[in-house]
Design a protein around this ligand. Structure first.
Ligand SMILES: C[S@@+](CC[C@H](N)C(=O)[O-])C[C@H]1O[C@@H](n2cnc3c(N)ncnc32)[C@H](O)[C@@H]1O
Length: 403
């Protein structure tokens, strides 16, 4: 029996009219296959659409690291733009949506890999699609070459730190000073393991190595350029996924807040937007993680010529900045996690602010929060979609609001 794929889910998988999930299928395609637990895992594509292309990566058939290599770049760009537009229309909102800015292949500077010991040695890679099985990725087209060069270090860490049963998690971040590796779910440290890991960091020239949350070696502080400042984030801390993505988001936030002299940067992280904005505006950076703010503050103090930056550790879900507290700023930059910022947007809607730059990694919660701002008198001037998770179902965006 054949099935018609009608749309893509937000994970980039095909969905049929009767609600079956079909991996690796595109809208308009007729597919055959055996449904199991609501999905067709190995579909036979009966009528391919013209948007279908040969996946650029040889691992794509099995690796779960990418979801959408079988659609052309133009198709994926169009689909991600539609995801943003539909989320807005779903809330009764319209906006001018700019052409999406997509990061190039081989530019991911952050990735979490899994490592498992095998009879022969160690296996490091991504999980297979919808599976616990690990797939090796020696020819991955997603990761930056500096992360690919760190795969032997990941294998060495897996040999030392993984049990026979479980997989360990290896977060790799490219920095200006080499690779920053943070291993979790690994064997507890003892004296011998500490010495072996220090030697591993030396042999593989890692900038920093952390193990189950403890920093073991910092051979060079792993700095990230945020505007003119250089920040050393805590191990495993949030950072935009590609340099091109960070640049696109930062440019859009800068455009949205052009000319303002005082900004509250909410969910500020290590200062991705705070520090570039501080070239021309005083910025109050608010964020839940005190170690991230400490890194931001050190970066600011080490950079002559920036305007004043202050920091405040605060849970913005429970204790959003109140409308009365927002009164001292000319504008807000806000970049919440996937859950969005419902409580904070209610306060912004109540405030007298005239300009907001909202950054989001989830169009659905973005549209919900945008509606709240619009019900407080804001309009959406434009939306800039940014795709730094190439070949995945994710899309990010920046929007300018004013009133
Ligand atoms: C999408 S990241 C953005 C970080 C930063 N703007 C950047 O671009 O690098 C979201 C940030 O929100 C912070 N966060 C998560 N939940 C929070 C909460 N309840 N209150 C305050 N900050 C929170 C995270 O620590 C993270 O730094």
């Amino acid at each position: 029996m054949s099935h018609l794929v009608e749309r893509l889910s937000l994970r980039g998988e095909g969905v049929t009219g009767d609600g079956l999930t079909v991996a690796l299928a595109l809208p308009g395609e007729e597919v055959e296959g055996v449904p199991e637990e609501g999905r067709i895992a190995r579909p036979r594509i009966v009528t391919p659409v013209v948007e279908r292309v040969r996946p650029p990566c040889r691992h794509f058939a099995s690796c779960g690291g990418c979801a959408l290599q079988h659609g052309s770049d133009a198709f994926v760009a169009g689909w991600k733009t539609q995801v943003v537009e539909r989320a807005l229309t779903g809330q009764g909102l319209g906006a001018s949506v700019r052409p999406i800015l997509t990061s190039p292949p081989a530019s991911r500077r952050r990735a979490v890999l899994a490592g498992r010991r095998t009879k022969k040695g160690a296996l490091v890679g991504f999980h297979a699609r919808a599976s616990e099985v690990l797939v090796e990725i020696p020819d991955c087209r997603l990761l930056h070459p500096d992360l690919m060069a760190a795969l032997p270090a990941c294998e060495a860490a897996t040999l030392l730190g993984a049990s026979r049963k479980g997989a360990l998690s290896i977060a790799l971040t490219r920095s200006e000073d080499g690779v920053d590796m943070a291993v979790e779910e690994a064997r507890p440290l003892d004296t011998g393991l500490r010495m072996d890991l220090a030697a591993l960091a030396e042999t593989h020239d890692l900038a920093r190595l952390s193990w189950n949350g403890e920093q073991l070696a910092e051979r060079r502080p792993p700095r990230q350029a945020l505007g003119r400042a250089h920040v050393v984030p805590p191990a495993g801390a949030f950072l935009q996924a590609t340099e091109a993505g960070q640049a696109a988001l930062t440019d859009a936030v800068g455009t949205a807040l052009g000319g303002v002299r005082s900004v509250a940067d909410l969910f500020a992280g290590c200062g991705t937007f705070t520090l570039p904005l501080a070239a021309t505006a005083e910025v109050h950076a608010v964020e839940g993680s005190a170690p991230m703010l400490a890194a931001l503050d050190r970066g600011w103090r080490g950079t002559p010529g920036l305007k004043r930056v202050t920091t405040e550790a605060r849970d913005l879900f429970r204790r959003p900045l109140l409308a009365s507290e927002l009164a001292r700023f000319e504008a807000v930059a806000i970049d919440p996690p996937r859950a969005g910022a419902e409580a904070q947007c209610a306060e912004i809607a109540r405030s007298d602010l005239a300009r907001v730059a909202m950054v989001s990694c989830n169009p659905v919660t973005f549209a919900r929060d945008a509606k709240r701002l619009c019900s407080g008198g804001f309009r959406i001037d434009w939306v800039q979609p940014v795709d730094q998770f190439r070949w995945s179902g994710h899309v990010e965006l920046v929007a300018q609001f004013s009133r």
